[in-house]
Design a protein around this ligand. Sequence first.
Ligand code: ZN
Length: 328
Amino acid sequence: MTTQDLWEGRPAARSGVLSPRGAGLPHFLTCIRGSAALRVALLVGCLAIPGFEVEAQTPTPRVRTCATFNFSPTEKRWIQEQLIVRYARVASRATFKRSGPVYPGTIPVVFHVIHSGEEGRVDRSVIDEQMDILNAAFAPIQFGLADVEYVDNANWFEMNPFSLATFFSKLFLQRDYTTTLNIYTGKLTGGFLGWAWFPFLAEYLPVFDAVTVDYGTLPGGDLDPYNEGDTIVHEVGHWAGLFHTFQGCWGPGDWIADTPAQAAPSYGCFEEIDSCPFQPGLDPSNNYMDYATDPCATEFTPGQEDRMRWSLATYRPQIWLRLVFGNN
Ligand SMILES: [Zn+2]
């Protein structure tokens, strides 16, 4: 199995027995279970394995490439079962029952702008514009900019999901992930536009709980047509518990009832694609969780909004309480 196979979540050789913990874990997590210290040691060990890095490549023309974990159908089923069981527990508490359509609080966001001299030093006005785009996409859930941190570090500026720059920048810069959405910008190698850490993974390796994007994806950046701020919207969708919409024609797919089955990502701006003609509906190619270009990524479905609410309440309870009861 190649490193790329692993990152894309293709089934690895393992027992395949579904259990509440362990056997159903994504393969990558079987490498990082154990105590916190052990997890860090194992992760560093993983990173030290020769060839355990993403080879730099620059697709031409550039398309959306998200490095967030993809999971096998078995893994997704385990994740869904965990969400149902654990959400049922928190939903029985009165404090978690309140939900939309208006939330009095906001999710605090800290931007860590990692730059190399002037390269990648994103203006504060661009970050403000990005926040407006984020809030428009996720309404009625709203985000509030808590801080913008500029870090001039050439060693951390270029990164990919497996690089030591990623590990150390997050280790040293992360604000409390239980109460804050950490967003890192830098120059991503490997052709990636971004990646995110799922909420159900935060308990395993919290140091990585964040959204990371190429600075060129922010509004007005140089990665046209992915420079209208929708990469952060897409990645925050993962951070809030959403899978990609393209999970194949058969089975439960992304576990969202109102996103039609989709065989493969949409690249570009297509009006009508039906990659699963024997299943109802056209491909959701205008969905934020597809790979469409920024001008064509325009919506989350009600089913996705429900899943994000359930995931936040279950796996990010302090953030959820802040949302539903206000910031004080
Ligand atoms: Zn993605």
